[in-house]
Ligand binder design. Sequence first.
Ligand SMILES: [Fe+2]
Length: 298
Amino acid sequence: MAVHRHTSRRRRPTIAAPLHRFADLWRKGGGVEDYALSELRDGHRRSLRRMGSEFEITERTICLDVLPDAFNGFRIVQLTDVHYGVFLPEDMLRQAVQMVNELEPDLVALTGDFVTYSRAYIEPVAEILAGIESRHGAYAVLGNHDFRVGAEQVAGALEERGIEVLRNRHTKLRRRGQILYLAGIDDWNYRPDLGKALRGIPRNASTILLSHNPSIIRAAARANVPLVLSGHTHGGQVNIPLLGNIWGRSPEQLQYKVGWARLGQTQIYVSRGIGTIVVPVRFRCPAEIANLTLERAS
Ligand SMILES: [Fe+2]
């Protein structure tokens, strides 16, 4: 009796296989972060997401030479570099929004990188951020990742939910008949136009500039902008003892990249942000929600 053997041909894994899997995810609207975590088991994913990702609230008073009376004590909560997706999933973002709301901000500044590589997260991130409560609303600028994924889509999704996106323009915040100017520019690598954003603002007016990338600091100082709020650097994200982070470790190397600094009359605050890129890990560089109080310098 003849025995028929059914042999199924097994495809041998090739070097190109991971690339094909990534390309497949990309086509479905996924991104690098989905690919990286899809390689791990559930338990590992959960622990990676949690590594160093607890949110820290930074309390900081910013003293400004020019500040209308009505804005003395005005509180801006800054949330930046959300990078919504597998690295920073829904429960964590909802927790961050709740923490922002508990701070009862006068204004919320969202300084870019809402997503990382995947357009699938644009609508969901906007939906969750729509839960932000603030007396004067929430304002946003776009980061480099938002441009890579789709600037129009990100801006559209935020605007639809009442979050105003400042793309090379400014707006006036009014309190008791007094004005604070809030300007915002597109990302440093995607044709920011500071001149256009500031056009019409009286010189020496009280102005705050939102810029995803802190590299704008020199141009902002030349334009006499009193305060810039930025993100982008993630504070280095990983800070190894003795070695420091990717930006360096000396105060000079870290100037304008992490925390508060001043150049001439211009002050800048660079938040570490809440999200992560490349690896879903922070080390000695906690995720940050910045609670900034404006005060007139005496
Ligand atoms: Fe970022």
